[in-house]
Write a protein that binds this ligand. Structure first.
Ligand code: PLP
Length: 474
């Protein structure tokens, strides 16, 4: 078994990689207009659901999903509300209620969650649902920094970063991120989502080309749409297909990939991607939402693991995952940041991050620098969990990271299993279209450095037991 932080540069050639959230676009040779990118739908053959013959029939509502309510023929923009509402009345209690469950505690390794179906509060659930990979969101030092900043600055920034919203704390974070990533400068955004949108739409124009991995996060896809550039998607992690797509472009080109893919937990072959970008004169954006502060000797990200941090043009990341806060960044050379300061509309025309949040982020960044043992603990935990799942033959796709998908490929069964896992004391999110391709439903497990071995074992035992019951593993 490979260690999670040992990234493989091998490209993949399996059938799974050809069917993703943007697979429809991957298949099409003709130029794709921005409107054809949304919503991404799989058009290729669905993977065969692993449903045991004895399993109970799924409610009829499960034959539908959001795609059935995306567009209609009426002239009234409200025409789809009533049919959607009717469907939702049936679909929500059949499993969709598992989304947006109110949590009553910090996103720690144990959480209290209100079961909106029964009204009960389920306490001390082992938590595999939060992105708090280093357990920093509730660390005492972070909370104290937040309290101090609230005393000094109050609740909000009360202005755009280009006007009155830029405090000394924001400046310190801007410099701190550039320093950490080893770039000339950085720009702070209200969210990781807006960092991608701001970078892509800030830089690319009508007639240019943005070429993304087919599993690109929605924020990358929305950046492409907003930029009005031609959108192209290459097969997931397939450098040969990226090259084929780049060959058919001319003019300005930007390639966008993720360090660790958010729903699959696998790593992009960045060195090979850099090579192809160079060959075709394309710039490269790497979104390290799920890998910055975790990968590499100093936590700079997957680019550090590969030793290519200076060869990437645009580094994007978020503060909402490993740093346990909120916001996003773009890091790169001074002129890039200076240009985007002028042209990134989601940053310019949105209030700056709350100084309270920024103070927590500065402390979290300090802890990442000062406590490399946090990363070691995380990877030990990931190894341990991967061992438990492998022993039980749980299908985890190509994941090598702290993001571990548990593949089910059947919405109704995913929800039924999700209910049972939840009632038996484990909090893990079901994931389905549009977060992943159709018929690619799964559970998405997030491992944290803060988990104890006992919590990992307790949670794994429950999950494996339920998976066995439903025939997902032997
Ligand atoms: C790959 C990727 N990029 C960007 C984002 C957006 O980050 P944020 O939630 O901080 O806005 C996410 C969020 O899940 C993500 O997974």
């Amino acid at each position: 078994m490979s260690r999670p932080h040992q990234v493989s540069s091998a490209t993949r050639n399996d059938s799974e990689s050809s069917r993703g959230r943007n697979a429809a676009s991957v298949e099409e040779a003709a130029p794709i207009s921005a409107s054809a990118v949304a919503p991404p739908v799989d058009r290729d053959e669905p993977s065969k659901p692993r449903v045991p013959p004895s399993a109970p029939a799924a409610p009829a509502a499960m034959d539908y999903d959001y795609t059935n309510f995306y567009s209609g023929s009426s002239d009234d923009p409200f025409a789809l509300l009533a049919p959607f509402d009717d469907w939702w009345a049936e679909a929500e209690p059949a499993g969709y209620y598992l989304f947006e469950l109110p949590i009553g505690t910090a996103p720690s390794t144990r959480v209290s969650v209100r079961d909106t179906l029964t009204g009960e509060v389920r306490r001390e659930l082992v938590n595999f649902a939060s992105y708090n990979y280093l357990g920093l969101s509730y660390r005492r030092e972070v909370v104290d920094a937040i309290k101090d900043a609230a005393e000094k600055f109050g609740g909000g920034a009360s202005g755009s970063p280009v006007l009155s919203g830029n405090t000394e704390l924001h400046e310190a974070l801007r410099r701190g991120i550039a320093d950490f990533k080893g770039t000339e400068d950085s720009l702070i955004f209200p969210t990781g989502f807006s960092a991608n949108v701001g970078a892509i739409a800030g830089l690319m124009r009508l007639g240019d080309y943005v070429v993304a991995d087919q599993y690109a996060h929605a924020s990358i896809v929305d950046g492409m749409i907003l930029s009005k550039a031609h959108a192209r998607f290459f097969r997931h992690n397939r450098v040969d297909d990226l090259e084929a797509k780049l060959k058919r472009t001319k003019g300005k080109k930007l390639v966008t990939v993720e360090g660790v893919y958010s729903m699959d937990g696998d790593v992009a072959p960045i060195p090979e991607i850099i090579e192809v970008c160079r060959k075709y004169g394309a710039r490269l954006l790497v979104d390290e939402a799920h890998s910055a502060f975790l990968y590499g000797e100093n936590g700079k990200g997957v680019v550090e693991t590969f030793g290519v941090e200076d060869e990437v043009d645009i580094h994007v990341g978020t503060f909402s995952k490993s740093l346990g806060g909120q916001g996003g960044y773009v890091a790169g050379d001074r002129r890039l940041c200076n240009y985007l300061r002028g042209f990134s509309r989601p940053r310019t025309f949105s209030c700056a991050l709350s100084p309270v949040v920024v103070a927590g982020l500065l402390k979290a960044l300090e802890l990442v620098r000062d406590e490399p043992e946090l990363r070691k603990k995380l990877w030990d935990n990931v190894d341990y969990m991967r061992g438990l799942l492998a022993e039980a033959e749980v299908p985890v796709g190509e994941s090598t990271s702290q993001v571990i998908p548990i593949m089910v490929r059947d919405d109704a069964r995913t929800f039924s299993m999700g209910e049972e896992i939840f009632r038996r004391g484990v909090y893990i999110n079901p994931v389905r279209y549009p977060a992943v391709g159709k018929h690619k439903s799964r559970f998405r497990m997030s491992i944290s450095a803060a988990h104890s071995r006992e919590e990992l074992k307790e949670g794994a035992d429950v999950i494996i037991d339920v998976l066995r019951k439903y025939g997902i593993c032997p």
